[in-house]
Design a protein. Structure first.
Length: 201
């Protein structure tokens, strides 16, 4: 009789370990990011994440259906961080500048992109490569706030110029993230040239 009660208690503890996760889904994502930073994307496994947050695999799968879903959630959270940075930079610029909305948007985007590239680590490289290798990972991702291509008019020269400058900054970002090898002095000159173009008109 006592043995049965002991087994029941043990089963309850296992169940609690599966469903009670301190920090919720964010704790899983934090652990997944740490695994990627220390060992690359190949180190990211459901079992590894479960061990890192001290739950069973079922505890992780309760929040994310599979490894792909976990990677997709990491990418989405990373995008949300960038969107928050962009919004913060735009608000700061609006508070102290009388430039046009489009000029401010571009300046805020430039600041966010270059800052992001400056602080990027192996996590950002791994997530970027994952998106390049498996484009479907970013399907349905809400990018309207950070990449408003649909709002641009191809017949408007100003919109075309805006798009070109955005793509130039994104090229600089990729150069830093993927370590393509653009010489530092050339990168500096490119940034200065873009900044001159971006000066309030």
């Amino acid at each position: 009789m006592n043995t049965n009660r002991s087994v029941t208690k043990q089963d309850s503890q296992v169940s609690d370990k599966r469903v009670k996760l301190k920090g919720g889904p964010d704790a899983i994502l934090d652990a997944a990011e740490d695994l990627i930073r220390t060992g690359g994307m190949e180190r990211l496994t459901i079992g590894g994440v479960a061990s890192a947050v001290d739950v069973t695999k079922a505890g992780v799968l309760h929040h994310f259906s599979n490894r792909r879903g976990l990677v997709r959630a990491l990418i989405e959270r990373d995008h949300q961080r960038f969107a928050a940075s962009l919004s913060e930079n735009l608000s700061a610029l609006k508070a102290k500048s009388g430039a046009s909305s489009r000029d401010l948007e571009l300046a805020a985007y430039a600041a966010s992109v270059l800052s992001d590239a400056e602080t990027a680590d192996s996590l950002r490289l791994s997530l970027t490569l994952a998106c390049l290798i498996v484009p479907s990972l970013i399907e349905d991702l809400d990018v309207a706030q950070t990449t408003p291509w649909e709002a641009l008019d191809p017949s408007d020269d100003n919109d075309v110029a805006y798009a070109l400058e955005r793509l130039a900054y994104e090229g600089l970002w990729l150069n830093r993230i993927l370590k393509i090898g653009l010489p530092d002095d050339l990168e500096t000159k490119i940034i200065k040239s873009l900044e001159k173009i971006d000066e309030p008109r």
